[in-house]
Write a protein that binds this ligand. Structure first.
Ligand code: PMP
Length: 394
């Protein structure tokens, strides 16, 4: 059978294969980015589903517009102001099948083969995978503990004239947990505004802040219409609905709407109503508050346990929010090679190498703290610490 270049470029991920094991109940998995299962509000959803069908009947399961279900778009527009400081109307946004679809569509509308997309080093693996399908050059911009380094960004832009977009996660980054402070955001936006290059601000986590002050979003500082904001209900509500959204200037939204018509016509009519009716019938902010508190406790517990059980020479980030902490091992230790030993102890993490699109950096791994209950967090970190101590000869 003859397949396309895209099909031939798809590789089975060794990590995915390893992570399949992590669904076994005995595994203490810090691998995925899953919400705590006990907190998914399924009892409320029973009521929501009945109400949707009672109130909207067959309309709820009909085709709808590509832009999305209007009552949901209206609600999202309001939340853009209250939660993200962005003035916009329903017209400025499109509902997507998760922010992952937004990433994939943006790659298709901005990138030709060999065009350059800038990303943080490291960055979200799912974005790397989405971008790769259009065969761009993925250029990693150096970062520190405050995000992208402006001087490095400026230099890359001066030396490359094929940069067509930049992708960033300024709040509680996946995988590192890092948040860019205000000064850093301003500096990066000053540079990007001069160059008129689209900036994708991926923001699935910012409602999950456990300490520190809220920092303005890049989109709220956007004076040129260059920032494209991606939001998602996955981490604050339920990921299986696959509901996200994109806010961008009308020229971009127009292209994305046309593309989405070719991709999937529209996001699920029923799924969009589930999110919208839930917000009418229940208090989403109250739900967010419940999980925020829970995940915050788990973040603190995991970091305390790492301090207690990890050997000297192993460092980790202390995120102010989001779902992940990023662990750095001494140079020369490969987290992927260590993985079988860790799995033997029924513990799982995600090795850090694949978060760097151009390879290297094998001495990191990512840990998630939202999905496991406290006693399993402590036990898992203890076991992980024992493996690390043996490996480091401590
Ligand atoms: N962006 C980032 C940074 C993520 O961590 C994730 C999910 N892990 C996504 C996008 C995709 O989320 P969604 O479920 O909205 O497609």
């Amino acid at each position: 059978m003859k397949f396309s270049d895209v099909a031939m470029s798809l590789k089975a991920s060794e990590i995915r294969e390893l992570l399949k094991l992590t669904t076994m109940p005995e595994i203490i998995s810090f691998a995925g980015g899953l919400p705590a299962p006990a907190k998914l509000p399924i009892e409320d959803m029973e009521k929501v589903d009945v109400e949707i069908l009672r109130k909207e009947g067959r309309q709820a399961v009909q085709y709808g517009t590509t832009e999305g279900y209007n009552p949901l778009r209206e609600k999202i527009a309001k939340r853009m102001k209250s939660a993200f400081g962005v003035d916009c109307t329903a017209e400025d946004l499109i509902v997507t099948a998760g922010s992952q679809q937004g990433l994939s569509m943006l790659a298709q509308i901005f990138l030709n083969k060999d065009d350059i997309v800038l990303v943080e080093s490291p960055t979200y693996l799912g974005a790397i995978n989405a971008f790769k399908l259009v065969f761009p050059t993925i250029h990693e911009v150096p970062t520190d503990d405050k995000g992208i380094i402006p001087e490095a960004l400026e230099k890359i832009l001066a030396e490359n004239d094929r940069v067509r977009m930049m992708y960033v996660i300024p709040e509680f980054q996946n995988p590192t947990g890092v948040t860019w402070p205000l000064e850093r955001r301003k500096a990066v936006m000053d540079i990007m505004n001069k160059h008129e290059i689209p900036v994708i601000e991926d923001n699935p986590y910012s409602r999950l802040r456990y300490d520190g002050e809220r920092v303005p979003t890049l989109k709220s500082m956007d004076t040129k219409g260059n920032v494209i904001f991606l939001g998602s209900f996955s981490k604050i509500f339920m990921p299986g609905f696959r509901i996200g959204w994109m806010v961008a200037n009308p020229e971009i939204i127009d292209k994305v709407v046309k593309l989405k018509q070719a991709v999937d016509l529209q996001t699920s009519s029923f799924g969009q109503r589930q999110a919208s009716f839930y917000m009418d019938m229940f208090d989403l902010d109250k739900h967010v508050e419940t999980i925020r508190k829970l995940y915050g406790e788990r973040r603190t517990l995991m970091c305390d346990c790492m301090k207690k059980y990890f050997p000297e020479g192993v460092t980790f980030t202390y995120p102010e929010g989001g779902l992940f902490t990023w662990v750095t091992l001494p140079e020369g230790i490969d987290a992927k090679e260590l993985m079988p030993k860790v799995l033997e102890q029924n513990v799982a993490y995600v090795p850090g190498g694949p978060f760097y699109p151009n390879g290297g950096h094998a001495n990191h791994f990512r840990l998630n703290y939202s999905n496991m209950p406290p006693e399993r967090i402590e036990e898992g970190i203890k076991r992980l610490g024992e493996v690390l101590k043996r490996e480091l000869g401590k």
